[in-house]
Write a protein that binds this ligand. Structure first.
Ligand code: HEM
Length: 517
């Protein structure tokens, strides 16, 4: 590769007018002569005496995200003749953030953790690099455009080198014999490994796109893994884990929401007893728009709820629903019109639908907890950096006690949530499934309530600090605006805050002895 051309600041200074406009950002020299008229911030600001032909790094970084530079590398013509480090260092792909509290404590080299071993750290390093290098740019673009994840990327994630889709299903037999990123043996993969994968993926900062990237699988596939027979597993799992097919969980309906008792989609047995004939509609089905399979809750009798795997055919129609995050998620209505489903596709037996649904609730809620804890921390990091950059009335925002107070609240909410999450995760790695259901369902419900409530408060404080940029799509505050528009998903999906808070208390009531004085 040819080495970059080197210029002195005096040479750059000569190019300071309309049609001949250079400037320096982070020790790189940019020629903006033709770009100035297309500059979204206008040509005027670029022609100002302290900008045109000057080192404009400080002005640049107070108004743009660093991704802008990556997008406009074509304007770079060389570098400045200096050995001084770049004034605003940009993290290389895979690096940990040096911003205080931007990473959970276990990633701080000076901190110790009883929960994470070398294999978790190795997995974290691999995933961070992969998501930074290969996923972040597509994810953020897709979040804005509404384009679902590309087949190339989803299938790359499914290749044996990454096995991301299989890892997102958590520990289990489906990972046996595999060597996962970071050299982790499939048999050793535990809930902390899964937490690492989820939290690293969240950092790409694109919730709708990320949902479009097999979120339906995370909630729709467990019945196949836990209740499917070997022939179903053989038929369905390989293509889903390879990222070639999609599955979604189809429970909620317009009238029923997530109240499974109210489900009206019905299935009637065919005369020859070989098929169920399903009719009805489902709503808010993540990935439904492009799913090949639907793990569907249907009514097989007045009091009988049954789960069945429905494969897309001409009798299944899907229609996109616009929600407040990106339509990259493929959230949809799903209509079944006399859809024929082989009786072998019933999971867990006729009438046992509720048991199948409930069997995955804790895991789903835990996944949401992992996600929102990390997403909230990302917002803190953005806001902390902004508070150091942005000056108002001659002072940086961070120099204002009221701003520091808001940041303090963000730090303790993020750290409390993560610490509690790690404690529950540790119990999950050591408890039988029965004990988990009896002892962790309540704390998990309360944790999710705490984290989504905290996310709301963190979002509110972030927006106040960011001001207009916190309510503007694109530009510096893009992630903050996106967060305040989308954090509600995690406070509703998998059980709303109110329902879960109540569940947490009712579970504790069950364990209350008759009388304690
Ligand atoms: C390599 C040089 C530059 C490039 C490629 C560039 C590109 C951009 C882009 C893409 C935007 C749209 C908003 C965003 O995506 O962040 C923008 C906005 C803007 N730029 Fe630049 N810019 C450059 C240098 C500068 C400099 C040196 C200034 C100095 C004052 C400046 C001032 C602005 C302003 C005021 C806005 C509008 C910001 C807002 O609405 O909040 N730009 N620029």
């Amino acid at each position: 590769m040819a080495s970059a051309k080197v210029y002195t600041l005096e040479q750059v200074n000569q190019h300071n007018k309309e049609g001949d406009l250079w400037l320096v950002v982070n020790n790189d020299v940019y020629d903006l002569s033709s770009f100035a008229d297309m500059h979204p911030g206008g040509a005027g600001v670029l022609l100002a005496a302290d900008i045109a032909g000057q080192d404009a790094s400080t002005a640049f970084f107070s108004l743009h995200r660093s991704e802008v530079l990556a997008k406009y590398t074509r304007l770079k013509i060389g570098r400045l003749d200096t050995t001084a480090p770049a004034p605003y260092p940009i993290l290389a792909a895979g690096e940990l953030s040096p911003v205080p509290h931007a990473e959970p404590d276990w990633l701080n080299p000076k901190f110790r953790s009883p929960y994470y071993g070398e294999s978790h750290r190795a997995l974290q390093r691999s995933m961070r690099k992969f998501f930074d290098d290969e996923v972040k740019a597509e994810a953020r673009a897709g979040e804005l455009s509404g384009d679902r994840p590309t087949a190339d990327l989803v299938q790359k994630m499914g290749q044996p080198e990454w096995d991301l889709h299989a890892m997102r299903m958590g520990p289990g037999k489906h990972l046996a014999g595999k060597t996962l990123p970071g050299g982790v043996k499939g048999e050793d993969f535990d809930y902390f490994h899964e937490l690492v994968v989820i939290q690293e993926l969240v950092r790409v900062g694109a919730p709708g796109w990320q949902a479009g990237c097999q979120a339906g699988m995370v909630i729709g596939l467990p019945p196949v893994l836990n209740f499917g027979d070997e022939s179903m597993k053989k038929r369905v799992l390989p293509d889903i884990f390879a990222g070639k097919k999609f599955i979604s969980l189809a429970i909620s309906e317009p009238q029923a929401g997530s109240d499974v008792q109210g489900i009206t989609t019905t299935a009637k047995l065919s005369e020859d007893g070989k098929h169920w004939i399903v009719s009805g509609m489902k709503k808010w089905i993540t990935n439904g728009y492009f799913s090949d399979y639907f793990m569907t809750a249907v009514r097989t009798g007045p009091k009988s709820l049954t789960m069945m795997l429905i494969e897309r055919d001409d009798s299944v129609e899907t229609r996109k629903i616009r929600t407040s995050y990106s339509s990259a998620a493929g959230t949809a209505y799903v209509f079944f019109e006399s859809t024929k489903v082989p009786v072998e596709n019933v999971l867990g037996g006729e009438g046992n639908g509720l048991k199948v649904i409930l069997s995955n609730f804790n895991h789903e809620r835990w996944v949401i907890c992992c996600r929102i804890a990390r997403y909230s921390r990302l917002m803190f990091e953005e806001t902390w950096k902004w508070a150091h950059l942005r000056k108002s009335q001659g002072k940086r925002l961070i120099d204002q006690p009221v701003v520091r107070n808001k940041l303090a609240k963000m730090i303790y909410k993020c750290d409390m949530g993560q610490t509690w999450l790690e404690n529950i995760t540790y119990q999950m790695t050591h408890m039988s499934y029965a004990d988990q259901s009896a002892l962790l369902a309540g704390p998990m419900a309360l944790l999710k309530t705490f984290l989504s409530r905290s996310a709301g408060e963190i979002s509110d404080d972030c927006v106040q600090i960011w001001g207009g940029r916190g309510i503007t799509q694109g530009g510096m505050g893009a992630l903050i605006e996106q967060f305040q528009r989308t954090y509600k998903f995690d406070s509703i999906l998998g059980g709303s805050e109110e329902v879960l808070a109540d569940l947490g208390v009712r579970q504790a009531m069950k364990r209350m002895p008759q009388a304690v004085l």
